[in-house]
Design a protein around this ligand. Structure first.
Ligand code: NAD
Length: 410
């Protein structure tokens, strides 16, 4: 990038007030080379095998990444818009004391893509985005969120944000003062989003039990008795399932157990419990090289995001004959509720949530037919709703395969 190009991008960023675009910050580094280069190196590692920013974005075809920076409020972070083929990008704002910038960017890229796939598979008229903000000592929180809201508003609806990890009620309120494109919860008639997520998990689980030939009262081990895990326990108790539950905070597990009749296990034991179903409802990455070989269940179906630490773990589950309900398929209930309420103006999401059952059966059938894991089958179905790949073979010239001869008169 030339100095002039960078300067003009910087002036554009200054006009927006709080943002710099694609890693270009407003100034030069000590070597007098533009920061764009420095940012790429810092984020993706220098030397042989380093990935450039554009290569990283091209990997999963991200549409846009905004680097957010405002010196006055201390706002720092990334907004990734993965895909808007199906509609505005939906995605939460999360704030954490990220150790490195790179971690925050990686989170935004990974989670925005997952949102696109989740929306696509749920057949929603929206795409995927995500914002990751860096929590640090110099952050003037209220002003930073107001500034962020101003930026979201400037996108004119391309991105619609909601609460995610670390966001407080007052942060949402600050954003709502400067943008219309934020989901305020609670909102009248919206209901409890976590309950909707849990209902969706139940529909996915029904399909898995049926496909695995498990009839009657299954034993389900729930990892995490938080908002969704507790709702799931309530629903499953109502269905007469035998429940095991664990939480890193012992009192939460105990409270859920008292309410639902579940038996409490330790957080170390729960994944490896002897049960038909394991329902991860706490953290991502719980299905990995170490844990998959030790599972003793027949089905994994829960609400945690990014359960697989890598795609190969989905293959390993399939190889062990364990039926895995892809996380973004099973946990789409919250997003479905948000889209129904905020985009489509629907007060009842019951029928939309129920469709998770049929979609789960569809994914299981596709995996079987293609001899692949359910995780890969879900990715395939989600991708099939996104932009068709453009190939030279598809090029048409005024509706014909070959360009007609041009005359100078044209
Ligand atoms: P939450 O914070 O209310 O609950 C998570 C619970 O897991 C907490 O009680 C925590 O103490 C517990 N926990 C953490 N580490 C644990 C461990 N090692 N062993 C056992 N318990 C542990 O969160 P939530 O809203 O219920 O969401 C749970 C998961 O589902 C997250 O991965 C979230 O991203 C995902 N999710 C949530 C929703 C939603 O509607 N809330 C929607 C989609 C996906």
């Amino acid at each position: 990038m030339s100095g002039t190009q960078a300067e003009s991008l910087c002036s554009c960023a200054r006009q927006i007030g709080c943002a710099a675009i694609l890693g270009v910050t407003c100034g030069r580094d000590a070597d007098q080379s533009w920061i764009m280069k420095t940012t790429e190196t810092a984020l993706f590692g220098g030397g042989a095998g380093a990935t450039s920013l554009f290569e990283r974005l091209a990997e999963h075809d991200h549409e846009q990444v905004v680097v957010l920076q405002n010196r006055e409020t201390g706002l720092r972070g990334f907004l990734a818009i993965h895909d808007t083929t199906l509609g505005p990008a939906f995605g939460g704002v999360r704030i954490r004391p990220y150790g490195e910038e790179r971690e925050a960017l990686e989170d935004a890229l990974r989670l925005s893509r997952a949102m696109t796939y989740k929306a696509s598979l749920a057949e929603l008229p929206c795409g995927g985005g995500k914002t990751t903000l860096i929590e640090h000592a110099g952050l003037r929180r209220e002003a930073a969120f107001e500034g962020f809201g101003t930026f979201v508003e400037s996108l004119g609806g391309r991105y619609f944000c909601a609460r995610d990890v670390g966001i407080r009620d007052e942060d949402l309120a600050a954003m709502a003062r400067t943008t219309r494109y934020v989901a305020l919860d609670p909102a009248p008639g919206l209901g409890d989003v976590s309950e909707h997520t849990a209902i969706g998990v139940w529909h996915a689980l029904r399909a898995c039990l049926e496909a695995a030939g498990i009839r009657g009262k299954a034993r389900v081990a729930i990892q995490g008795a938080g908002s969704v895990g507790t709702w799931l326990a309530r629903i499953l108790a109502g269905e007469g399932m035998e429940l095991l539950v664990a939480d890193a905070v012992a009192e939460r597990a105990a409270a859920t157990a008292r309410e639902t009749g579940a038996r409490v296990m330790t957080p170390e034991e729960i994944l490896f419990a002897e049960a038909e179903v394991v329902a991860p409802c706490a953290l991502g990455g719980v299905l990995n090289r170490e844990t998959v070989p030790r599972l003793r269940c027949r089905v994994v179906c829960g609400c945690a995001n990014n359960m697989l630490s890598r795609p190969a773990d989905g293959d390993a589950l399939a190889a062990r004959g364990i039926l895995y309900a892809p996380d973004y398929l099973a946990n789409a209930g919250g997003l479905i509720r948000g889209a129904d309420y905020f985009v489509l103006g629907r007060m009842d999401s019951g029928p939309s949530l129920e469709r998770i059952y049929g979609r789960t059966l569809e994914v299981i059938a596709a995996a079987k037919a293609q001899g692949i894991s359910t995780a890969r089958a879900a990715d395939g179905l989600a991708q099939s709703r996104l932009k068709p790949r453009k190939t030279f073979g598809d090029l048409k010239w005024r509706g014909e395969l070959h360009p007609p001869a041009l005359t100078h008169a044209e």
